[in-house]
Write a protein that binds this ligand. Structure first.
Ligand code: HEM
Length: 163
């Protein structure tokens, strides 16, 4: 059957966002370096996220009133969430060759955040944007344009599946 214009646009978009096998390898290689330092990187990502988007703190009872990044850094609730975010992304990276598993992990995260924590979906886009920014800065030597492009697809994959 003939495809209508809209369907072709969606297909083209999905193809352009597809992560190739070579890109998956690139993501897994950079991630193994990031994850070796997961506590510090996770906390840096979350602190920058809450400093740049203070309204995102509203969901966290123990630090919603904190302004000082040094105080945030000591918050156990923030550190625990950093660990959980990094752990979930690690499971996604480990399973990149299994799209169904990736979808189900991220759908579970999305469901819990929407139903239990009542998080607005836009914050996932902002958080994954900050994640890419922080790891591209901290691992600047590894971030060639190819690595950057693979990670941009990874970022899109995370927030589109979660939301
Ligand atoms: C890729 C992004 C994220 C991942 C992988 C992630 C992962 C997790 C995980 C695994 C948990 C623990 C299980 C649960 O209670 O559901 C959790 C809890 C939570 N998340 Fe996230 N999260 C992400 C983004 C966000 C964002 C953007 C917000 C809000 C701005 C948020 C707010 C919360 C809250 C309020 C909790 C409960 C915290 C607590 O009980 O101390 N998460 N997250």
């Amino acid at each position: 059957m003939e495809k209508v214009q809209g369907e072709m646009e969606i297909e083209r978009w999905e193809r352009s966002e597809e992560i190739s096998d070579a890109e998956k390898k690139v993501i897994q290689e950079t991630w193994s370096r990031v994850y070796a330092n997961c506590e510090d990187v996770g906390v840096s990502i979350l602190i920058r996220f809450f400093v740049n988007f203070p309204s995102a703190k509203q969901y966290f009872s123990q630090f919603k009133h904190m302004e000082d990044p040094l105080e945030m850094e000591r918050s156990l609730q923030l550190r625990k969430h950093a660990q959980r975010v990094m752990g979930a992304i690690n499971t996604v990276v480990e399973n990149l060759s299994d799209p169904e598993k990736v979808s189900s992990i991220l759908a579970l995260v999305g469901k819990a955040h929407a139903l239990k924590h009542k998080v607005e979906p836009i914050y996932f886009k902002k958080l994954t944007g900050v994640m890419l920014e922080v790891i591209a800065e901290e691992y600047a030597n590894d971030f060639t344009p190819e690595v950057h492009s693979a990670w941009t697809k990874m970022k899109t994959l995370i927030y589109t599946h979660v939301t």
